[in-house]
Design a protein around this ligand. Structure first.
Ligand SMILES: [Zn+2]
Length: 278
């Protein structure tokens, strides 16, 4: 099993986005108005998995249109995102870092991808979907789709970035795995499992890639870095803090498992792009 860690741009955010302090409306308002000098820059990761059953891409990073010259561009970003999300993320995507640009450099076209798995519908994970929508399958947990279409998540997960693409939307099913005991077992052999880790969004999936007793865990945004579960500080960008903590406790247990080959968070500044083989 081989996992390529691809960095598809960055976010520049208030420090309470990865590590919440107050978890209230005041904090969320501050996140939108943070001064440039207070912000920290974090990577946006996607993952290309070479699996015996095909090529899998997990998440899609920023789209090229959001950052046409490779730097944060308020006007260009605001043409793609609502103004409050531009203000929150300050997205940037350097040259050759868009997901399709990196895949092309590896000789891979979107049509060659067997699966694009979406962990959740926040724009830093799905705006690049426009570049890889010709993949054979695009998979999103139904539970994430359901709440994104109906609730406050509509303001956070703009539908124009993802709703027009044909997605397969399986339901989670009961399992012994995960904080919520809900899993989508992609191939029915436990080699790729989408595990519901609620709190950041309702339906967010972490991904467990397994080969025998060894596994890697992709946390999506349930944790921004190991500090979240080591110090039990939930990310400040989320809507259900107790669920976030429950998800973090599960990640901590998985990280301590002797079979754990790697735990990768979507915005961990200590992770470097490259390949992990296990
Ligand atoms: Zn994210």
């Amino acid at each position: 099993m081989k996992i390529h860690v691809l960095q598809c741009g960055s976010i520049s955010v208030d420090p309470t986005v990865p590590y919440g302090r107050r978890f209230d409306l005041i904090e969320k308002t501050k996140q939108l108005t943070a001064a440039d000098e207070k912000r920290i820059t974090l990577p946006v990761f996607t993952y290309l998995i070479e699996h015996p059953k095909g090529l899998l891409l997990v998440d899609t990073g920023w789209c090229r249109e959001i950052s046409p010259r490779g730097v944060y561009d308020l006007k260009a970003a605001s043409a793609v995102l609502p103004s409050h999300l531009t203000a929150l993320f300050h997205p940037a995507l350097p040259e050759r870092m868009a997901v399709h640009e990196q895949l092309a450099a590896m000789g891979i076209r979107a049509e060659d991808l067997d699966y694009v798995l979406l962990t959740h519908l926040d724009p830093d994970h799905v705006s690049g979907l426009r570049h890889v929508n010709k993949a054979k399958h695009i998979v999103l947990p139904e539970y994430e789709y359901y709440w994104s279409c109906r609730t406050v998540f509509k303001t956070r997960q703009p539908q124009n970035l993802w709703i027009r693409y044909p997605m397969e939307r399986p339901f989670y099913r009961g399992s012994s795995l995960g904080p919520n005991h809900w899993v989508i077992d992609l191939f029915g052999d436990e080699s790729v499992q989408l595990v519901n880790v609620p709190g950041h969004t309702e339906g967010q999936a972490a991904i467990v890639i397994r080969d025998g007793k060894r596994f890697a865990l992709l946390t999506a945004d349930a944790a921004f870095s190991p500090r979240n579960w080591q110090e039990m500080i939930a990310p400040g960008f989320g809507f259900a803090r107790e669920w976030q903590k429950k998800s973090l406790r599960w990640i901590a247990d998985m990280a301590a498992d002797p079979g754990c080959a790697a735990v990768l968070c979507s915005h961990d500044p200590d992770v470097k792009p490259g390949a992990i083989v296990f």
